[in-house]
Ligand binder design. Structure first.
Ligand code: GLN
Length: 274
């Protein structure tokens, strides 16, 4: 075959990865829309595009997350830039956005705090759908913070980003709503050796022997940063909901509740400050 004459269809057939992912990577490698890969798979592609595609497919075969290879992931109705500095936003976290937006409806100009914003997913989705909210987003990783700020700029959303750990950069400020998708995986959880988690930042995933170290710290400090009637909403893992509710109760919050994600897993818990 002469240089430049190989078709997308040949490349897709040889890739050895999931067909949908292969199309996405080929579109990325050829700087073309996925629709054109689907519509004209027989089209000959430039050698450089094929080489780029083969390199991406090899990394995918080695397990690298598709979101990192593409450099983006959809979350709620936003397209976010992502990379190895941040946790890949997951569909179950959209439940937290929904519960957050419902609660924000009752305030004229709520202040919202997102702890450990990563790519900015929660802060940006909330700001997009509740423009009157003042949103503060905290992140300890400098690389993650830069990525979140770039996402905000590209999406034209105004969020007040602050560097630091949990409540450290907010002083005595109080909020109508605090949200977080903190690390909550136990340090010996076998899932850490599987799938995308192998490539994601450990600090965004792992929180001590039972996975609850970050949640304990956040829940303990939250009441001092909530207005009366303000809400704390947290994502957590499978089987952690009863312990998270107990922590919320111990912190003096009321109206404590847990909500399940689309897979039926209790995924978000929260409570209201008195
Ligand atoms: N939802 C992720 C997982 O278990 C964990 C995310 C987190 O720790 N916040 O795949």
């Amino acid at each position: 075959m002469s240089r430049g004459a190989a078709s997308g269809a040949d490349a897709l057939a040889r890739a050895g990865i999931d067909a949908r992912e292969a199309r996405l990577l080929l579109a990325e490698a050829g700087a073309m829309p996925e629709a054109s890969v689907i519509a004209r798979p027989e089209r000959a592609l430039p050698q450089t595009a094929l080489e780029r595609f083969e390199a991406l497919a090899a990394r995918r075969r080695a397990g690298e997350p598709i979101a990192y290879l593409l450099g983006r992931r959809e979350f709620y109705d936003l397209e976010l830039a992502v990379g190895p500095a941040v946790l890949i936003p997951r569909p179950e976290t959209e439940l937290l956005v929904e519960r957050a937006l419902e609660r924000l409806a009752r305030w004229e100009r709520p202040a919202v705090l997102d702890l450990g914003t990563g790519s900015g997913a929660l802060a940006l989705a909330i700001k997009r759908h509740c423009a009157r909210a003042r949103v503060v987003a905290v992140e300890a990783s400098g690389a993650a913070l830069e990525l979140a700020q770039a996402n905000a700029r590209r999406l034209g959303l105004e969020v007040d980003f602050r560097a630091g750990r949990w409540f450290a950069p907010v002083g005595e400020e109080r909020f109508e709503l605090i949200v977080s998708n903190p690390p909550y995986v136990a340090e010996d959880d076998p899932h850490l050796g599987q799938g995308d988690l192998r490539f994601e930042p450990r600090a965004a995933l792992v929180a001590g022997p039972d996975g609850l170290d970050a949640i304990r710290e956040i829940v303990r400090e939250a009441p001092a940063h909530l207005v009366a009637g303000g809400w704390l909403l947290l994502e957590h893992g499978l089987g952690q909901d009863a312990r998270v509710r107990a922590l919320l109760e111990h912190a003096g919050l009321e109206a404590i509740a847990t909500w399940s994600d689309l897979a039926g897993i209790p995924r978000v818990s929260g409570g209201r400050a008195r």
